[in-house]
Write a protein that binds this ligand. Structure first.
Ligand code: FES
Length: 123
């Protein structure tokens, strides 16, 4: 069996309306996940690109959250209207849709210079 070329995880976590964290489901994540599956299927990519519904990806305020592997590109504020662009530019073209990419410091809350793998700072 061939390995998937790309693997998308779409948060569909749902919380109570009163929960201050909010959730991706309240922002249309199930529709986003369905749109990804539908578009990938229509393009004949079902066996090469997998779109999975995921639990909370800990970026709730920035949802709908989508992660694309193997690149490890994280998208935030994704809507159904963004799905075709992500598929065309990123999944097929290899270029992430920069306007939706969550930066490392947004994901981690850390200063990029202090992240593991960052170049050493010169005193
Ligand atoms: S509910 Fe989607 S990232 Fe937390």
């Amino acid at each position: 069996m061939a390995r998937f070329r790309k693997h998308l995880f779409i948060c569909v976590n749902e919380r109570e309306d009163a929960d201050p964290r909010g959730c991706c489901a309240a922002k249309g994540s199930r529709e986003v996940a369905a749109a990804f599956k539908s578009r990938l299927h229509a393009l004949g990519l079902k066996r090469l690109v997998r779109a999975n519904q995921a639990g909370c990806l800990d970026q709730c305020a920035r949802g709908v959250t989508v992660v694309v592997y193997p690149e490890g590109v994280w998208y935030g504020h994704v809507t159904v209207g963004d799905v075709d662009e992500i598929v065309e530019k990123h999944v097929l073209g290899g270029e992430p849709v920069q306007r939706l990419v969550l930066r490392d410091e947004e994901l981690t809350g850390l200063d990029p210079a202090r992240m593991p793998g960052a170049p050493p700072t010169v005193p």
